[in-house]
Design a protein around this ligand. Sequence first.
Ligand SMILES: C[S@@+](CC[C@H](N)C(=O)[O-])C[C@H]1O[C@@H](n2cnc3c(N)ncnc32)[C@H](O)[C@@H]1O
Length: 486
Amino acid sequence: MRYFPLFADLENAGVLVVGGGEQATQKVRLLTRTRARITLVAETPNEELAGLAGSGRLTLDRRAFEPAMLEGHRFVYVATGDDATDRSISEAAQARGLPVNVVDKPDLSTFITPAIVDRTPVTVAIGTEGAAPIIAREIKTKLETWLPANLGRLALRAQHLRDEIARHVPDMRLRRRLWERLLQGPFRWAVLAGRDQDADKALETELLAARGDAHARGRVALIGCGPGDPDLLTLKAVQRLQEADVLVVDRLVNPKILDYARRDAERIYVGKTPRGAATSQVEINRILVREGLAGKVVARLKGGDPFIFGRASEELAALEEAGIAVEVVPGVTAAHACAARIALPVTMRERVRQFSVVTGTTADGEPDLDWAALAREGTAFAIYMGVANAPLVRAKLIEAGADPATPVVIVENGTLPNERAFATTLGDISDCLVERAIKGPAVIFVGLDWADAGLKRPEAVETYARPRPRKLFANSHINPRVEVEL
Ligand SMILES: C[S@@+](CC[C@H](N)C(=O)[O-])C[C@H]1O[C@@H](n2cnc3c(N)ncnc32)[C@H](O)[C@@H]1O
C-alpha cells in the first residue's frame, strides 16, 4: 500500500485551490460539502466558480498565484492547465511542507483524492493509487446503489445514543452485541424509514434483551471457509466472522479470510500440520467450550466444509454437552472447488454415476478402504490427505483389479495463487508426485477424465507420463531381448 487512507478534519481549515477551469471546479464542488474555508486563486474563474464566490461559499483572489498565498492553508489543490505553473506551485507547497494535489498529475502530488460515497457522517473512500480510476468508479456506483440514502440518519441517531447505551450496558462485549442488533434489526429499519416512534419501541425492546444477555452463554459457529480463495466464502460465513469476539483458526484457512473479521477480535491459532506440531483435538474442544462458557461469540474457522474430514462432529458434540449454542456453516469443500477450477465434472451421465470422497490418511497412518469397490470401473473418487500414502493407494487399487491406465488428476493448492494441476494415470501417480515435487495440500481425483464428458483438458493442467524405458536399437527386431533403460 503506497497511499494510506486518512480522514482529514476540515472544520474551519483553510484549503487553497489554484485554477479557474472545470478541473478546479470539480474539486471546489467536492470541498463545498465540507466545512473548510476555501480560497480560490483564479484570474479568470468560470461562471460556476464566480457564482460560488458571489454567494460567499469561497473567497476569490483574482491575482496570479504567488507563494505567499499558501500562508494559512492546510491543503492545496492545483489545476491551472499549464504544466510549468502547476509544477512551480507544487514545489512551493512542498517546500512549505503542505500536502498538495495537482489534478491528474500524481508525480507532482503528495496526496490523492479518493472516489467518495457520501452518507455523512458515514463516508466511504475508494482509491486505486491512480492505477485504474475506472475500478474505483465501478465500486462507487455499486456502493451508491447498495447503501441506503439515509444511512447517515441512522449513524447520527447511533451517535446520540452512545452515552445512554454505555450507561445501560457497561460490559463492552454485550454492548457490541446490542449495537449489532440495533443496527441490523427493526430499530435500523424504523430509523431508515423515518418511523421514529417504532424506532423508540425497538430500542426499548433491545435494551431489555441486552440486560438478559448479561446472564447468557456465548455461541459458536463452526464455519467452513472453503479451500482458500476468500471469494468462495458464503455470505453467512462472512456475517458470522464479523460478529465474532474470538476466532479459533485452522492451519489451512487462508489468512486473507481473517480480514473479514473485526480487527479487535481475539485470534487463537490451533493449526494442525500433518505429522507436525499440533494442537490436539481435545485441546481445541476445550478452547471452544471455555470461550463459549465465557459468553463470547466464537467463530471456529475450518478449511473447506466442516463436515468433510473436518472433525467438526467432535467439536459439535463437546459444545452440545457443555450446553453451548452451536451452528454449522457449510463451506465449499476442496474437491468441489478444485474440480471447478479445472472444469472437471465429478459425475458424468452414463459414465460416472457415483462419486465419493475418501481419506488417504487415518489416525494410524494407513488408509483402510474398500479397495475392491473403489477399483470397480465407472467409480470415481477424490482422495483427501492422500499425497504421502499415494504409493500405497496405487498398489492397493491395482491389486484389487484397477487398470493402471485409470485417469488421475491432482490439484495442489486449489484456488490459491500457487495452484498447480496435473493429469496422469494411476500407474504413474507416485512418480508424478515425486517428479513434480507435489507436497500438498492436494486433492487426487481418480477415474475422472474430461474426454469422458466430451470436454477438452484445460491448458493449465500439465500432463504427466512416467518416462518409459527407451529401446537402445530403433530396429529392435535385430535383437528383441536387448533393451537398456537410459
Ligand atoms: C483435514 S482435510 C480438510 C478438508 C476440508 N474440510 C474440506 O472440506 O476441504 C485437509 C485436506 O483437504 C484437501 N485440501 C484442503 N485445501 C485444499 C486446497 N486448497 N487444494 C487442494 N486440496 C486441499 C487436501 O487433501 C488436504 O490434505
